[in-house]
Design a protein around this ligand. Structure first.
Ligand code: AGP
Length: 760
């Protein structure tokens, strides 16, 4: 249970509405119907029968689940915590037991889940694991993703007498397990394995899923299956006995660039380029959007082997760094100390006598029909330290990640901004992208595509892309691409930007662009993620794990990574030599300038104290800093829960000016660049309407305080215009952080949001 709870805590940042787990009851056997919890000496019969499965669920944070579990399973109240932590050994009816009376488990297969509700409210009933029936818990399942055909499946199962208890889409899965398992038995198919059964079930499912199945019918076994939602498997094996299979089917790119380092068998497929820092794999969501964590251990063959499945490497990095990334339609079966991975093969002619959920025929005999073949997947070594997913000396992840930016930006540039002997930046080297540079330069246009903060980083970089590539550059919100069925063409280059690499909208837009034949490039933080694997080439931003729901360091690193891309695409242009050189030298100074900005923390705290009761905040920016206005406003609204609007300053007179009065706090980004004079005029007009002004200006500015003597002035280091957005966002990040804390909200887990939005 400890391992499950720790795993859930590591994944909590991605869903925190409710949580639950299922594990074997060490004291009760499925055929042991009385409530006597005296342990029976294990005869043959006992040894082969399954233990009963305990399912424990609670609403809210993992801490609530933990408290409930300790109380209900161990009869422990808060005062007992230390004692029970030491012994973990009370009977299921609450009587304490001495640790000497506990029998060690021969094997253990447990599953757990933390939920971000999308279908059905976040109550106890809708919390995973879901079961085939809540009394026997014969089949229990955790699910991350969304089952789009759950309604016809449910109707079909209800017609056959199955009773549903939850509002979730997931519940059809354990019910389908039970239904098919019984049908196979009735049809004389006695030898159907757990893996076969899971394949027959997943064959019925449409949508996205990462699933882990557990069953009293298959004690000690786990089956994991994935399509569309991320799923990693970790192997902790001190003895080295577990068979390791090698295959090269992951994106890796330049040797120094991979975060997930291949253990061996390193076949290169493609070319996302990365750097030094580590990042977790991403996670996905469901009808109940979710996080899965599971473990199975066994002593059957190898006393030391443990297998972990999780949506995110952070759930397992404490136990093992040996991971493999499961691919779509993979089904992994763990039992008897070993694992095997099978790939489901597409079938043209499914066996008759089978129920599909849509047609629901009553044909009679039921046989397993799914064809599959055993496949190999590469075991890789995670280059991720536990510390990277801990808060360390900081109070919150958001705060930590804001302060990590100087180092994160250096990490994005490391090995890519090549220096000469005197330490000046000489050129840009993006190993994985170089072979695609000519194709990109020949494109008809470049499309930058992402959601939320990642989209804002596209806005921040658009102007430089246009300037350096001299190509038309358009922006697309990923969530709009399919709705509009955007005209993408085979001579387009589409650049997909994503921190998590798993955002469903971005992934769908990527699939759409691929289908149209466009060249697809990824700017992604998470190595091994779906977007980094599906793109033709790209750049890993190497910002390190970002845990806070509000994206901070990923934003600045995305901009830096895209500056590098723009520089590398224009390296042959003689006319741009001086401009390129200025940008490259500017990049070198950037981490230091961001560090300077971070020294404004106390000033921003003071400003947050002034603004904490406000209900609205406007932020004006233009040119390179229109993105700063949008991103600053997004931060304020998503974590401080204050209405905030980022506005293109040029649009002020076309509507927003009506909102301005002496009560309205307004931030104007007016650092010294090509838009400076226009911004000065904006400040004058806002002042004329009595707006409460806060001005972000360059450190050497002397004009703005004369233009608006009553304004709060925030001075930031001046850098090259196209890099200024990286510096200017820092005070706004700090402001939103302090506003959130002062207003008593949780900046790392803001209301209604989750880190990875893996459902459309
Ligand atoms: C950022 O603070 C938000 N949490 C959100 O807008 C996020 O940037 C968006 O969901 C895209 O995520 P991605 O970068 O992981 O694709």
């Amino acid at each position: 249970m400890e391992k499950l709870l720790v795993g859930l805590k590591r994944l909590e940042y991605r869903g925190y509405d409710s949580a639950g787990f299922a594990m074997d009851d060490n004291e009760k056997w499925c055929e042991d119907d009385d409530d006597d919890d005296e342990e029976e000496e294990g005869g043959d019969k006992k040894r082969h029968d399954a233990k009963k499965v305990i399912v424990c669920r609670e609403v809210g944070k993992i801490a609530n689940l933990e408290a409930l579990a300790r109380k209900e399973l161990f009869g422990e109240d808060d005062d007992d915590e230390n004692e029970v932590k030491a012994s973990k050994s009370k009977s299921s009816n609450g009587r304490k037991k001495s640790s000497s009376s506990i029998k060690p488990l021969d094997f253990c297969a447990s599953i757990a889940h933390t939920r971000w509700a999308t279908h059905g409210p976040p109550n106890k009933i809708n919390t995973h694991p879901h079961t085939s029936d809540s009394r026997e818990n014969e089949f229990v399942v955790v699910h991350n993703g969304i089952i789009t055909n759950h309604a016809p499946l449910r109707a079909m199962l209800e017609r056959r007498g199955m009773k549903f208890e939850t509002d979730t889409d997931t519940e059809v899965i354990p019910k389908l397990c039970k239904f098919l398992s019984d049908k196979f038995e009735e049809s004389g198919e006695k030898d159907v394995t757990f893996r076969q059964l899971a394949m027959e079930v997943t064959r019925q499912l449409q949508g996205a899923y990462a699933l882990v199945f557990k069953s009293t019918k298959y004690p000690g076994e786990l089956v994991a299956a994935k399509r569309g939602s991320p799923l990693l498997m970790g192997i902790s094996d001190d003895s080295g006995e577990v068979s390791c299979v090698i295959d090269g089917n992951l994106s890796d790119g330049a040797e120094e660039d991979v975060l997930l380092k291949k253990a061996s068998g390193n076949k290169k497929r493609k070319s996302m380029t990365g750097g030094a820092a580590a990042a977790p794999a991403a996670d996905a969501d469901t009808t109940t959007t979710t996080r899965i964590t599971t473990t199975t251990t066994t002593t059957t063959n190898n006393p030391k082997v443990e297998f972990y499945f999780a949506s995110d490497a952070s759930a397992m990095v404490e136990h093992t760094k040996r991971v493999l990334v499961l691919e779509d339609d993979d089904v992994c079966h763990c039992h008897d100390g070993t694992y095997k991975i099978y790939k489901v093969e597409k079938q043209k002619h499914p066996h008759p006598g089978y129920t599909s959920g849509h047609d629901s025929p009553e044909y009679g005999l039921y046989k397993p029909v799914v064809l599959s073949k055993e496949v190999e997947r590469t075991i890789e070594t995670l280059e991720m330290e536990v510390e990277s997913i801990m808060k360390g000396e900081f109070d919150h992840f958001m705060q930590k990640e804001i302060f990590e930016q100087p180092e994160a930006i250096s990490s994005t540039m490391r090995g890519r901004l090549v220096l000469d002997v005197l330490g000046a930046a000489e050129r840009v080297m993006l190993g994985g992208m170089s072979q695609f540079a000519a194709t990109i330069r020949r494109s008809r246009r470049i499309i930058l595509c992402g959601c939320g903060t990642s989209y804002n980083s596209a806005i921040a970089i658009r102007q430089l892309f246009e300037e350096l590539t001299e190509l038309p550059v358009t922006l697309e919100l990923a969530s709009d691409v399919l709705d509009r069925r955007c005209p993408f063409f085979r001579d387009d280059t589409c650049i997909f930007i994503s921190q998590s690499g798993e955002t469903a909208d971005t992934l769908k837009a990527l699939e759409y662009a691929k289908a149209k034949g466009a060249l697809c490039v990824g700017i992604v933080n998470t190595v091994g993620s779906a977007i980094s694997r599906a793109t033709d080439c790209g750049v890993h931003i190497n910002a390190g794990a970002e845990i806070g729901v509000a994206s901070t360091k990923a934003y600045t690193c995305q901009i830096v990574a895209m500056v590098l891309v723009a520089l590398s695409l224009s390296e042959d242009s003689r006319s741009k030599h001086t401009r390129r050189d200025d940008i490259m030298q500017g990049l070198l100074k950037l981490p230091g300038c961001v560090k300077e900005c971070l020294k404004m923390d106390a000033i921003l705290l003071e400003l947050a104290q002034e603004l904490k009761e406000e209900h609205s905040l406007l932020i004006f920016g233009r040119g390179f800093n229109y993105a700063t206005a949008l991103e600053g406003a997004l931060k304020v609204k998503e974590v401080a829960l204050v209405h905030s609007e980022g506005i293109l300053a040029g649009e002020m007179k076309h509507g927003p000016l009506a909102l301005v009065d002496k009560h309205m706090p307004i931030i104007v980004v007016c650092t010294n660049d090509g838009s400076y004079e226009k911004q000065q005029s904006v400040v004058q007009q806002l002042k004329a309407r009595d707006g409460r002004l806060i001005l972000i200006v360059s450190d050497d500015d002397t004009e703005m305080e004369k233009t608006a003597p009553d304004a709060v002035i925030l001075r930031v280091p001046k850098v090259e215009d196209c890099l200024q957005a990286v510096v200017n966002i820092v005070p706004l990040q700090l402001l939103s952080y302090h506003l959130t804390v002062l207003r008593g909200h949780n900046c790392d887990q803001p209301r209604n949001l989750a880190k990875s939005v893996t459902v459309e």
